[in-house]
Design a protein around this ligand. Structure first.
Ligand code: ACM
Length: 528
Protein backbone atom coordinates (compact mmCIF):
# COMPACT_ATOMS: atom_id res chain seq x y z
CA UNK A 1 0.00 0.00 0.00
CA UNK A 2 1.27 3.50 -0.75
CA UNK A 3 2.49 5.33 2.31
CA UNK A 4 0.13 8.23 3.15
CA UNK A 5 2.91 10.81 2.97
CA UNK A 6 4.22 9.53 -0.32
CA UNK A 7 3.77 11.97 -3.21
CA UNK A 8 1.26 11.01 -5.84
CA UNK A 9 3.13 9.19 -8.60
CA UNK A 10 2.06 11.54 -11.37
CA UNK A 11 3.02 14.75 -9.56
CA UNK A 12 6.39 16.14 -10.68
CA UNK A 13 8.94 15.73 -7.93
CA UNK A 14 11.63 18.32 -7.54
CA UNK A 15 13.93 15.73 -6.01
CA UNK A 16 13.23 13.03 -8.56
CA UNK A 17 16.91 12.76 -9.41
CA UNK A 18 17.58 11.83 -5.79
CA UNK A 19 15.38 8.79 -6.11
CA UNK A 20 17.71 6.73 -8.30
CA UNK A 21 18.44 3.24 -6.96
CA UNK A 22 21.27 2.37 -6.94
CA UNK A 23 22.73 5.79 -6.30
CA UNK A 24 24.91 7.03 -9.15
CA UNK A 25 28.53 7.73 -8.34
CA UNK A 26 28.28 11.36 -9.42
CA UNK A 27 25.05 13.18 -10.10
CA UNK A 28 24.17 16.83 -10.43
CA UNK A 29 20.92 18.41 -11.50
CA UNK A 30 20.90 20.68 -14.52
CA UNK A 31 18.35 23.23 -15.54
CA UNK A 32 15.80 22.21 -18.12
CA UNK A 33 14.02 19.04 -19.11
CA UNK A 34 14.16 16.94 -22.25
CA UNK A 35 10.83 16.16 -23.80
CA UNK A 36 10.37 13.02 -25.89
CA UNK A 37 7.72 13.34 -28.57
CA UNK A 38 6.90 12.08 -32.05
CA UNK A 39 9.75 14.13 -33.50
CA UNK A 40 12.39 12.58 -31.23
CA UNK A 41 14.97 10.46 -33.02
CA UNK A 42 17.78 8.37 -31.59
CA UNK A 43 21.28 8.72 -32.95
CA UNK A 44 22.57 5.18 -32.46
CA UNK A 45 26.30 4.69 -32.78
CA UNK A 46 27.65 1.41 -34.17
CA UNK A 47 27.70 -1.03 -31.27
CA UNK A 48 24.90 0.78 -29.42
CA UNK A 49 22.07 -1.04 -31.20
CA UNK A 50 21.28 -3.37 -28.29
CA UNK A 51 20.96 -0.43 -25.93
CA UNK A 52 18.71 1.36 -28.41
CA UNK A 53 16.52 -1.74 -28.72
CA UNK A 54 16.27 -2.01 -24.95
CA UNK A 55 15.33 1.66 -24.62
CA UNK A 56 12.68 1.36 -27.32
CA UNK A 57 11.37 -1.81 -25.66
CA UNK A 58 10.73 0.18 -22.49
CA UNK A 59 9.46 3.37 -24.09
CA UNK A 60 7.51 2.45 -27.19
CA UNK A 61 4.74 0.38 -25.56
CA UNK A 62 4.07 3.12 -23.01
CA UNK A 63 4.31 6.08 -25.34
CA UNK A 64 3.71 4.91 -28.87
CA UNK A 65 6.93 6.72 -29.78
CA UNK A 66 9.00 4.76 -32.29
CA UNK A 67 12.28 6.50 -31.63
CA UNK A 68 13.76 5.63 -34.99
CA UNK A 69 17.39 6.25 -35.78
CA UNK A 70 18.42 9.48 -37.49
CA UNK A 71 21.93 10.78 -38.08
CA UNK A 72 20.91 14.09 -36.54
CA UNK A 73 18.87 12.54 -33.70
CA UNK A 74 18.91 14.52 -30.45
CA UNK A 75 18.94 11.48 -28.17
CA UNK A 76 22.44 10.11 -28.68
CA UNK A 77 23.66 6.65 -27.72
CA UNK A 78 27.42 6.82 -28.15
CA UNK A 79 30.05 4.16 -27.75
CA UNK A 80 33.63 5.33 -27.36
CA UNK A 81 36.24 2.75 -26.33
CA UNK A 82 38.62 5.64 -25.64
CA UNK A 83 36.50 6.87 -22.72
CA UNK A 84 38.59 6.14 -19.67
CA UNK A 85 37.51 5.24 -16.18
CA UNK A 86 34.15 3.77 -17.14
CA UNK A 87 35.22 0.13 -17.41
CA UNK A 88 32.83 -2.54 -18.69
CA UNK A 89 29.70 -1.17 -17.09
CA UNK A 90 30.16 2.54 -16.40
CA UNK A 91 28.33 5.23 -18.37
CA UNK A 92 27.85 8.95 -18.56
CA UNK A 93 24.44 10.56 -19.03
CA UNK A 94 23.71 14.17 -19.81
CA UNK A 95 20.11 15.33 -20.08
CA UNK A 96 19.58 18.88 -21.26
CA UNK A 97 16.56 20.55 -22.80
CA UNK A 98 18.01 20.29 -26.31
CA UNK A 99 19.20 16.69 -26.12
CA UNK A 100 20.31 13.58 -24.31
CA UNK A 101 23.79 12.08 -24.48
CA UNK A 102 24.30 8.58 -23.13
CA UNK A 103 27.86 7.37 -23.58
CA UNK A 104 29.97 4.43 -22.50
CA UNK A 105 33.20 2.70 -23.41
CA UNK A 106 31.50 -0.68 -23.69
CA UNK A 107 28.02 -1.81 -24.81
CA UNK A 108 27.15 -3.08 -21.32
CA UNK A 109 27.71 0.42 -19.92
CA UNK A 110 25.03 1.71 -22.28
CA UNK A 111 22.63 -0.95 -20.99
CA UNK A 112 23.20 0.30 -17.43
CA UNK A 113 22.60 3.86 -18.62
CA UNK A 114 19.32 2.84 -20.25
CA UNK A 115 18.11 1.67 -16.81
CA UNK A 116 18.95 5.09 -15.39
CA UNK A 117 16.95 6.71 -18.19
CA UNK A 118 14.12 4.30 -17.35
CA UNK A 119 14.23 5.38 -13.72
CA UNK A 120 14.12 9.04 -14.75
CA UNK A 121 10.90 8.54 -16.75
CA UNK A 122 7.52 9.55 -15.37
CA UNK A 123 6.22 6.68 -13.29
CA UNK A 124 3.22 6.16 -15.61
CA UNK A 125 5.59 5.23 -18.40
CA UNK A 126 6.96 2.42 -16.22
CA UNK A 127 3.44 1.18 -15.65
CA UNK A 128 2.86 1.04 -19.40
CA UNK A 129 0.16 3.71 -19.04
CA UNK A 130 0.30 6.68 -21.38
CA UNK A 131 2.06 9.49 -19.61
CA UNK A 132 0.90 13.05 -20.16
CA UNK A 133 4.35 14.23 -21.11
CA UNK A 134 7.42 12.06 -21.44
CA UNK A 135 10.08 14.28 -19.95
CA UNK A 136 13.43 13.56 -18.43
CA UNK A 137 14.79 15.93 -15.79
CA UNK A 138 18.06 17.72 -16.55
CA UNK A 139 20.96 15.77 -15.02
CA UNK A 140 24.64 15.13 -15.41
CA UNK A 141 25.65 11.64 -14.28
CA UNK A 142 28.89 9.71 -14.27
CA UNK A 143 28.37 6.27 -12.88
CA UNK A 144 30.63 3.24 -12.47
CA UNK A 145 29.86 0.19 -10.34
CA UNK A 146 32.05 -0.63 -7.38
CA UNK A 147 31.81 -4.37 -7.95
CA UNK A 148 31.53 -6.58 -11.04
CA UNK A 149 29.36 -9.32 -9.40
CA UNK A 150 26.03 -7.94 -8.29
CA UNK A 151 23.92 -11.02 -8.02
CA UNK A 152 20.66 -12.55 -6.95
CA UNK A 153 20.01 -16.27 -6.56
CA UNK A 154 16.57 -17.68 -7.22
CA UNK A 155 15.89 -21.23 -6.09
CA UNK A 156 13.59 -22.80 -8.68
CA UNK A 157 14.25 -26.30 -7.32
CA UNK A 158 12.29 -26.12 -4.05
CA UNK A 159 9.44 -24.36 -5.83
CA UNK A 160 9.38 -24.30 -9.60
CA UNK A 161 8.66 -20.94 -11.26
CA UNK A 162 7.50 -20.63 -14.87
CA UNK A 163 9.99 -19.15 -17.29
CA UNK A 164 7.65 -16.21 -17.98
CA UNK A 165 8.11 -15.18 -14.37
CA UNK A 166 11.88 -15.56 -14.63
CA UNK A 167 11.80 -12.94 -17.40
CA UNK A 168 10.12 -10.47 -15.07
CA UNK A 169 12.53 -11.37 -12.27
CA UNK A 170 15.49 -10.65 -14.56
CA UNK A 171 14.04 -7.38 -15.80
CA UNK A 172 13.64 -6.18 -12.21
CA UNK A 173 17.25 -7.15 -11.46
CA UNK A 174 18.31 -5.10 -14.48
CA UNK A 175 16.25 -2.12 -13.29
CA UNK A 176 18.44 -2.16 -10.16
CA UNK A 177 21.65 -2.72 -12.15
CA UNK A 178 22.18 -6.19 -10.74
CA UNK A 179 24.00 -8.21 -13.36
CA UNK A 180 23.89 -11.88 -12.25
CA UNK A 181 20.95 -14.22 -11.86
CA UNK A 182 22.17 -17.42 -10.24
CA UNK A 183 19.59 -20.02 -11.13
CA UNK A 184 19.50 -22.79 -8.52
CA UNK A 185 18.28 -25.49 -10.88
CA UNK A 186 18.68 -28.69 -8.90
CA UNK A 187 18.21 -29.84 -5.34
CA UNK A 188 16.92 -32.71 -3.24
CA UNK A 189 13.32 -31.64 -3.84
CA UNK A 190 13.40 -31.13 -7.61
CA UNK A 191 15.47 -31.22 -10.80
CA UNK A 192 14.57 -28.50 -13.33
CA UNK A 193 17.44 -28.67 -15.86
CA UNK A 194 16.74 -30.72 -19.01
CA UNK A 195 19.55 -33.09 -19.99
CA UNK A 196 18.92 -34.93 -23.25
CA UNK A 197 21.04 -37.95 -22.34
CA UNK A 198 19.22 -38.43 -19.03
CA UNK A 199 15.52 -37.67 -19.47
CA UNK A 200 14.55 -39.20 -16.13
CA UNK A 201 16.26 -36.28 -14.36
CA UNK A 202 13.29 -34.06 -15.18
CA UNK A 203 10.65 -36.77 -15.81
CA UNK A 204 11.20 -38.38 -12.42
CA UNK A 205 13.40 -35.88 -10.59
CA UNK A 206 11.19 -32.96 -11.59
CA UNK A 207 8.20 -33.98 -9.46
CA UNK A 208 7.67 -34.72 -5.82
CA UNK A 209 4.63 -36.28 -4.21
CA UNK A 210 4.08 -33.54 -1.64
CA UNK A 211 5.89 -30.95 0.44
CA UNK A 212 6.67 -30.58 4.10
CA UNK A 213 4.57 -28.00 5.91
CA UNK A 214 6.69 -25.98 8.30
CA UNK A 215 10.43 -25.95 8.82
CA UNK A 216 12.85 -28.89 8.64
CA UNK A 217 11.88 -31.58 11.11
CA UNK A 218 8.12 -30.96 10.84
CA UNK A 219 5.90 -34.04 10.69
CA UNK A 220 3.23 -32.39 8.53
CA UNK A 221 2.91 -32.64 4.74
CA UNK A 222 0.54 -30.91 2.34
CA UNK A 223 -0.48 -33.93 0.22
CA UNK A 224 -0.08 -31.84 -2.97
CA UNK A 225 2.22 -32.99 -5.77
CA UNK A 226 4.62 -30.31 -7.00
CA UNK A 227 6.71 -30.29 -10.15
CA UNK A 228 8.01 -28.60 -13.24
CA UNK A 229 11.05 -28.35 -15.44
CA UNK A 230 12.32 -26.12 -18.23
CA UNK A 231 12.93 -26.92 -21.86
CA UNK A 232 16.21 -26.07 -23.52
CA UNK A 233 14.39 -23.52 -25.66
CA UNK A 234 12.93 -21.81 -22.58
CA UNK A 235 16.32 -21.57 -20.92
CA UNK A 236 17.99 -20.35 -24.11
CA UNK A 237 15.25 -17.73 -24.38
CA UNK A 238 15.87 -16.66 -20.79
CA UNK A 239 19.60 -16.38 -21.41
CA UNK A 240 18.97 -14.16 -24.45
CA UNK A 241 16.42 -12.01 -22.62
CA UNK A 242 18.89 -11.54 -19.76
CA UNK A 243 21.79 -10.80 -22.10
CA UNK A 244 19.74 -8.06 -23.76
CA UNK A 245 19.67 -6.45 -20.30
CA UNK A 246 23.31 -7.12 -19.48
CA UNK A 247 22.41 -9.86 -16.99
CA UNK A 248 24.36 -13.13 -16.93
CA UNK A 249 22.46 -16.25 -15.93
CA UNK A 250 24.81 -18.40 -13.86
CA UNK A 251 23.49 -21.97 -13.65
CA UNK A 252 23.92 -23.94 -10.45
CA UNK A 253 24.10 -27.72 -10.57
CA UNK A 254 24.98 -28.77 -7.04
CA UNK A 255 27.18 -31.77 -6.19
CA UNK A 256 27.87 -34.05 -4.37
CA UNK A 257 25.05 -33.27 -1.90
CA UNK A 258 21.59 -31.81 -2.53
CA UNK A 259 21.09 -34.52 -5.18
CA UNK A 260 18.21 -36.63 -3.92
CA UNK A 261 16.10 -35.81 -7.02
CA UNK A 262 18.89 -37.18 -9.25
CA UNK A 263 19.17 -40.27 -7.05
CA UNK A 264 15.40 -40.82 -7.39
CA UNK A 265 15.78 -40.69 -11.18
CA UNK A 266 18.99 -42.75 -11.43
CA UNK A 267 19.59 -44.89 -8.32
CA UNK A 268 22.92 -46.09 -9.75
CA UNK A 269 24.35 -42.66 -8.94
CA UNK A 270 24.00 -43.37 -5.23
CA UNK A 271 26.02 -45.15 -2.61
CA UNK A 272 23.50 -48.00 -2.52
CA UNK A 273 22.42 -48.53 -6.14
CA UNK A 274 19.79 -51.11 -5.18
CA UNK A 275 17.94 -48.58 -3.01
CA UNK A 276 14.89 -46.70 -4.39
CA UNK A 277 14.56 -43.16 -3.10
CA UNK A 278 11.76 -40.69 -3.77
CA UNK A 279 12.28 -37.05 -4.70
CA UNK A 280 12.61 -35.56 -1.25
CA UNK A 281 9.45 -34.14 0.31
CA UNK A 282 11.26 -32.79 3.37
CA UNK A 283 13.17 -29.57 3.99
CA UNK A 284 16.59 -29.54 5.59
CA UNK A 285 19.89 -31.24 4.87
CA UNK A 286 19.46 -34.64 3.20
CA UNK A 287 21.86 -37.43 4.18
CA UNK A 288 21.87 -38.97 0.68
CA UNK A 289 24.83 -37.95 -1.44
CA UNK A 290 26.40 -39.10 -4.70
CA UNK A 291 28.44 -42.25 -4.98
CA UNK A 292 32.06 -41.85 -5.97
CA UNK A 293 32.44 -44.28 -8.90
CA UNK A 294 33.78 -43.15 -12.26
CA UNK A 295 30.30 -43.59 -13.76
CA UNK A 296 29.01 -40.90 -11.37
CA UNK A 297 31.73 -38.44 -12.36
CA UNK A 298 31.05 -39.18 -16.03
CA UNK A 299 27.31 -38.69 -15.55
CA UNK A 300 27.83 -35.24 -14.05
CA UNK A 301 30.35 -34.30 -16.73
CA UNK A 302 27.61 -34.93 -19.27
CA UNK A 303 25.14 -32.92 -17.19
CA UNK A 304 27.60 -30.03 -16.93
CA UNK A 305 28.43 -30.16 -20.65
CA UNK A 306 24.78 -29.73 -21.52
CA UNK A 307 24.40 -27.01 -18.90
CA UNK A 308 27.40 -25.12 -20.32
CA UNK A 309 25.92 -25.54 -23.77
CA UNK A 310 22.70 -23.83 -22.73
CA UNK A 311 24.28 -21.20 -20.45
CA UNK A 312 27.19 -19.28 -22.00
CA UNK A 313 28.01 -17.74 -18.59
CA UNK A 314 31.75 -17.66 -17.83
CA UNK A 315 30.83 -18.94 -14.35
CA UNK A 316 29.19 -22.25 -13.47
CA UNK A 317 28.17 -22.94 -9.87
CA UNK A 318 28.74 -26.52 -8.75
CA UNK A 319 27.34 -26.28 -5.21
CA UNK A 320 29.48 -28.10 -2.69
CA UNK A 321 27.50 -27.12 0.39
CA UNK A 322 26.00 -29.29 3.12
CA UNK A 323 27.47 -32.68 2.29
CA UNK A 324 26.91 -35.23 5.07
CA UNK A 325 29.58 -37.94 4.85
CA UNK A 326 27.73 -40.70 6.73
CA UNK A 327 26.93 -42.68 3.58
CA UNK A 328 30.55 -42.66 2.43
CA UNK A 329 31.78 -43.65 5.87
CA UNK A 330 29.70 -46.83 5.75
CA UNK A 331 30.23 -47.62 2.06
CA UNK A 332 32.99 -50.14 1.22
CA UNK A 333 33.21 -48.68 -2.30
CA UNK A 334 33.67 -45.12 -0.96
CA UNK A 335 36.18 -46.22 1.65
CA UNK A 336 38.14 -48.06 -1.06
CA UNK A 337 37.99 -45.06 -3.38
CA UNK A 338 39.30 -42.75 -0.63
CA UNK A 339 42.19 -45.15 -0.04
CA UNK A 340 42.94 -45.45 -3.75
CA UNK A 341 43.01 -41.67 -4.11
CA UNK A 342 45.41 -41.36 -1.17
CA UNK A 343 42.87 -39.47 0.96
CA UNK A 344 42.99 -39.58 4.76
CA UNK A 345 39.48 -41.05 4.83
CA UNK A 346 36.02 -41.01 3.21
CA UNK A 347 35.23 -37.55 4.61
CA UNK A 348 37.81 -36.12 2.24
CA UNK A 349 35.77 -37.41 -0.70
CA UNK A 350 33.78 -34.17 -0.43
CA UNK A 351 36.74 -32.03 -1.52
CA UNK A 352 37.90 -34.72 -3.91
CA UNK A 353 34.54 -34.88 -5.69
CA UNK A 354 34.34 -31.09 -5.97
CA UNK A 355 37.89 -30.91 -7.30
CA UNK A 356 37.10 -33.44 -10.04
CA UNK A 357 33.95 -31.53 -10.98
CA UNK A 358 35.66 -28.12 -10.86
CA UNK A 359 38.43 -29.50 -13.04
CA UNK A 360 35.91 -30.47 -15.72
CA UNK A 361 34.45 -26.95 -15.72
CA UNK A 362 37.94 -25.42 -15.90
CA UNK A 363 38.90 -27.65 -18.83
CA UNK A 364 35.81 -26.36 -20.64
CA UNK A 365 37.20 -22.85 -20.27
CA UNK A 366 34.70 -21.80 -17.60
CA UNK A 367 35.13 -20.78 -13.98
CA UNK A 368 33.64 -23.04 -11.31
CA UNK A 369 31.96 -21.43 -8.30
CA UNK A 370 31.50 -23.23 -4.98
CA UNK A 371 29.82 -22.47 -1.67
CA UNK A 372 32.26 -22.05 1.20
CA UNK A 373 30.99 -23.09 4.58
CA UNK A 374 34.16 -23.53 6.55
CA UNK A 375 37.71 -22.26 6.38
CA UNK A 376 38.95 -25.31 4.42
CA UNK A 377 40.87 -24.76 1.20
CA UNK A 378 38.49 -24.61 -1.78
CA UNK A 379 39.38 -26.58 -4.93
CA UNK A 380 41.98 -24.83 -7.11
CA UNK A 381 40.60 -22.35 -9.60
CA UNK A 382 37.25 -21.98 -7.87
CA UNK A 383 35.48 -18.72 -7.16
CA UNK A 384 34.10 -18.90 -3.64
CA UNK A 385 30.71 -17.80 -2.35
CA UNK A 386 30.61 -17.51 1.44
CA UNK A 387 27.20 -17.99 3.03
CA UNK A 388 27.80 -18.82 6.68
CA UNK A 389 30.15 -15.96 7.51
CA UNK A 390 32.25 -13.51 5.50
CA UNK A 391 35.27 -14.92 7.37
CA UNK A 392 35.18 -17.84 4.94
CA UNK A 393 35.38 -15.42 2.03
CA UNK A 394 38.33 -13.59 3.55
CA UNK A 395 40.09 -16.91 4.23
CA UNK A 396 39.56 -17.97 0.60
CA UNK A 397 40.68 -14.55 -0.68
CA UNK A 398 43.90 -14.83 1.30
CA UNK A 399 44.44 -18.15 -0.48
CA UNK A 400 44.07 -16.32 -3.79
CA UNK A 401 40.48 -17.13 -4.68
CA UNK A 402 37.99 -14.63 -6.04
CA UNK A 403 35.06 -14.32 -3.64
CA UNK A 404 31.42 -13.30 -3.64
CA UNK A 405 29.79 -12.40 -0.33
CA UNK A 406 26.45 -14.07 0.31
CA UNK A 407 26.23 -13.94 4.10
CA UNK A 408 22.94 -15.43 5.31
CA UNK A 409 22.68 -12.81 8.05
CA UNK A 410 22.63 -9.99 5.50
CA UNK A 411 21.33 -11.21 2.18
CA UNK A 412 19.25 -14.39 2.61
CA UNK A 413 15.85 -13.09 1.66
CA UNK A 414 14.07 -16.30 2.68
CA UNK A 415 14.25 -15.04 6.27
CA UNK A 416 11.24 -12.99 7.35
CA UNK A 417 11.45 -9.27 6.67
CA UNK A 418 10.72 -8.56 10.30
CA UNK A 419 9.84 -10.34 13.52
CA UNK A 420 6.10 -10.12 12.83
CA UNK A 421 3.42 -10.83 13.87
CA UNK A 422 1.64 -11.07 10.58
CA UNK A 423 4.61 -12.15 8.47
CA UNK A 424 4.02 -15.31 6.42
CA UNK A 425 5.91 -18.49 7.37
CA UNK A 426 9.58 -18.10 6.49
CA UNK A 427 12.93 -19.71 7.11
CA UNK A 428 13.30 -19.72 10.90
CA UNK A 429 16.32 -18.36 12.73
CA UNK A 430 16.63 -14.70 11.80
CA UNK A 431 14.69 -11.80 10.43
CA UNK A 432 16.31 -9.34 8.05
CA UNK A 433 14.97 -5.82 7.89
CA UNK A 434 15.93 -3.34 5.20
CA UNK A 435 18.55 -1.77 7.45
CA UNK A 436 20.26 -5.09 8.09
CA UNK A 437 20.64 -5.65 4.36
CA UNK A 438 21.82 -2.09 3.82
CA UNK A 439 24.54 -2.57 6.43
CA UNK A 440 26.15 -5.22 4.22
CA UNK A 441 29.88 -4.67 4.23
CA UNK A 442 32.09 -5.62 1.33
CA UNK A 443 35.35 -4.89 3.09
CA UNK A 444 37.20 -7.11 5.51
CA UNK A 445 36.80 -6.29 9.22
CA UNK A 446 38.56 -3.14 10.36
CA UNK A 447 42.29 -3.55 10.46
CA UNK A 448 42.44 -6.74 8.40
CA UNK A 449 44.56 -6.53 5.26
CA UNK A 450 42.42 -6.12 2.18
CA UNK A 451 42.69 -8.96 -0.32
CA UNK A 452 42.95 -6.47 -3.15
CA UNK A 453 40.87 -7.23 -6.17
CA UNK A 454 39.58 -10.52 -4.81
CA UNK A 455 36.09 -9.36 -3.82
CA UNK A 456 33.97 -9.70 -6.93
CA UNK A 457 30.88 -8.49 -5.14
CA UNK A 458 27.84 -9.75 -3.29
CA UNK A 459 24.72 -11.74 -3.98
CA UNK A 460 21.27 -12.01 -2.43
CA UNK A 461 19.67 -15.45 -2.09
CA UNK A 462 16.03 -16.41 -2.30
CA UNK A 463 15.64 -20.03 -1.26
CA UNK A 464 12.07 -21.10 -1.79
CA UNK A 465 11.10 -23.82 0.67
CA UNK A 466 8.43 -21.44 1.98
CA UNK A 467 7.93 -19.47 -1.23
CA UNK A 468 5.51 -21.15 -3.63
CA UNK A 469 4.38 -18.28 -5.86
CA UNK A 470 5.84 -15.35 -7.84
CA UNK A 471 3.91 -12.93 -5.61
CA UNK A 472 5.60 -14.41 -2.58
CA UNK A 473 8.98 -14.25 -4.34
CA UNK A 474 8.50 -10.52 -4.81
CA UNK A 475 7.13 -9.96 -1.31
CA UNK A 476 10.37 -11.33 0.14
CA UNK A 477 12.72 -9.90 -2.47
CA UNK A 478 11.52 -6.29 -2.39
CA UNK A 479 12.42 -3.83 -1.13
CA UNK A 480 15.42 -5.69 0.32
CA UNK A 481 16.94 -6.18 -3.13
CA UNK A 482 17.01 -2.37 -3.51
CA UNK A 483 19.28 -2.12 -0.45
CA UNK A 484 21.56 -4.85 -1.79
CA UNK A 485 21.72 -3.14 -5.18
CA UNK A 486 22.63 0.18 -3.62
CA UNK A 487 25.42 -1.29 -1.50
CA UNK A 488 27.02 -3.35 -4.20
CA UNK A 489 26.94 -0.61 -6.85
CA UNK A 490 28.03 2.40 -4.80
CA UNK A 491 30.75 2.03 -2.16
CA UNK A 492 29.48 4.97 -0.08
CA UNK A 493 27.07 3.99 2.64
CA UNK A 494 24.38 6.58 3.37
CA UNK A 495 21.34 5.14 5.14
CA UNK A 496 19.34 8.38 5.46
CA UNK A 497 20.03 9.15 1.81
CA UNK A 498 18.98 5.65 0.78
CA UNK A 499 15.73 5.96 2.72
CA UNK A 500 14.99 9.29 1.08
CA UNK A 501 15.63 7.86 -2.39
CA UNK A 502 13.49 4.83 -1.58
CA UNK A 503 10.56 7.18 -0.92
CA UNK A 504 10.67 8.14 -4.58
CA UNK A 505 11.70 4.73 -5.87
CA UNK A 506 8.66 3.11 -4.26
CA UNK A 507 6.41 4.94 -6.72
CA UNK A 508 8.39 3.25 -9.49
CA UNK A 509 7.96 -0.15 -7.84
CA UNK A 510 4.24 0.54 -7.46
CA UNK A 511 4.01 1.40 -11.15
CA UNK A 512 5.66 -1.93 -11.95
CA UNK A 513 3.40 -3.85 -9.58
CA UNK A 514 6.27 -4.76 -7.24
CA UNK A 515 5.36 -4.94 -3.54
CA UNK A 516 7.57 -2.82 -1.32
CA UNK A 517 5.99 -2.01 2.01
CA UNK A 518 8.59 -1.89 4.72
CA UNK A 519 8.16 -3.15 8.22
CA UNK A 520 9.25 -0.72 10.93
CA UNK A 521 12.99 -0.26 10.74
CA UNK A 522 15.13 -1.54 13.48
CA UNK A 523 18.62 -0.21 13.81
CA UNK A 524 19.62 -3.39 15.63
CA UNK A 525 22.64 -5.11 14.10
CA UNK A 526 22.19 -8.46 12.44
CA UNK A 527 22.05 -11.29 14.95
CA UNK A 528 25.36 -13.02 15.46
C1 ACM B 1 23.34 -22.76 1.54
O1 ACM B 1 22.58 -21.94 2.10
N1 ACM B 1 23.36 -24.03 1.93
C2 ACM B 1 24.23 -22.34 0.50
Amino acid sequence: MPHPSRPHPSRPRPDLALALVPRPGRLSSRPGRFRLDTTTRLRVAPGAERAADLLRGYLTPATGLRLDHADDGTFVLALDPALTGLGEEGYGLTVADHGVLLRAARPTGLLRGVQTVRQLLPYEALAGRPARAIELPGVEITDVPAHPWRGMLLDVARHFQPVSYLHRFVDLLALHKLNVLQLHLTDDQGWRMPVAAYPRLTEVGGRRAESMVGPAGSDRFDGRPHGGSYTRAELAGLVAYAAARGVTVVPEIGVPGHVRSALAAYPALGNRPERRLDVWTHWGVCANVLGVGDHVLDFFRTVLDETMDVFPSPYVHIGGDEVPTVEWESSPAAIARAAREGLAGPRDLHGWFLERTADHVLRAGRRPVVWAEDGAAPPPGCTVMSWRTPEHAWAAARRGHDVVLADHRRVYFDYARGPGPGEPPAQPGHSLGLRTVYDLDLLPPHGAPEPAGKVLGAQGQLWTEFVPTPDHVEYLTYPRLCALADRVWNPDRDWPGFRARMDGHRARLTALGVPHDTLPDRAAPAPA
